[in-house]
Design a protein around this ligand. Structure first.
Ligand code: S3P
Length: 174
């Protein structure tokens, strides 16, 4: 069991499995599951796609930033972050003050397969999503690497990822 009720913060590109794993971890530990995109949609009363198309990505990033400032003062949460929060290094630093950060990875091809039938991600609503995924990962990987723990989910089923997260959390609770 977790000794201190620190947050568990999952980072990673879209389609790396953050949400499903966060939900299961929260259930296993009796913690609170927080999906950042859902919180932003609730607070702003707009969908993520509308925020991007009407207000622009910069505005979305400022909403993410404010939410993180609030969440970094909370505890007992399993937080599934949006894939772009790492772009502002202050986000990772703030969430790290009271949370264990774990970054999930997958190959661009697997990310493409996992996301291709979904339409709620404005950044992937493009003609050639695989090229976009490759380009964004290339730009972002140095940011993701700043997170302390990493799990490659490419060949893992969610239960196996959950198990790896649990090992990391237990290790941190000693
Ligand atoms: C984004 C990822 C999305 C969402 C928004 C932008 C990104 O979240 O925050 O569409 O910049 O990678 P998920 O990673 O939960 O899909």
């Amino acid at each position: 069991m977790i000794l201190q009720m620190k947050n568990i913060v999952l980072y990673g590109f879209m389609g790396t499995g953050k949400s499903i794993v966060a939900k299961r971890i929260a259930k296993a530990y009796g913690m609170n599951y927080i999906e950042m995109d859902d919180e932003i949609e609730k607070d702003s009363e707009m969908s993520i796609s509308d925020i991007f198309s009407i207000k622009g990505e910069g505005y979305f990033r400022s909403l993410e930033r404010s939410l993180i400032q609030r969440l970094s003062k909370s505890d007992g949460n399993v937080i599934s972050t949006g894939g772009g929060v790492v772009l502002n290094e202050k986000n990772v630093i703030d969430l790290g003050k009271n949370g264990i950060g774990i970054c999930l990875w997958a190959t661009p091809e697997v990310i493409y397969e996992r996301t291709k039938d979904e339409e709620h991600r404005p950044l992937l609503n493009v003609k050639d999503p695989l090229a976009k995924i490759n380009g964004l990962i290339e730009k972002r990987k140095s940011y993701y690497k700043k997170v302390k723990y990493h799990i490659d989910t490419t060949e893992l089923i969610p239960e196996e990822v959950v198990e790896r997260v649990r090992e990391i959390v237990e290790e941190n609770s000693k």
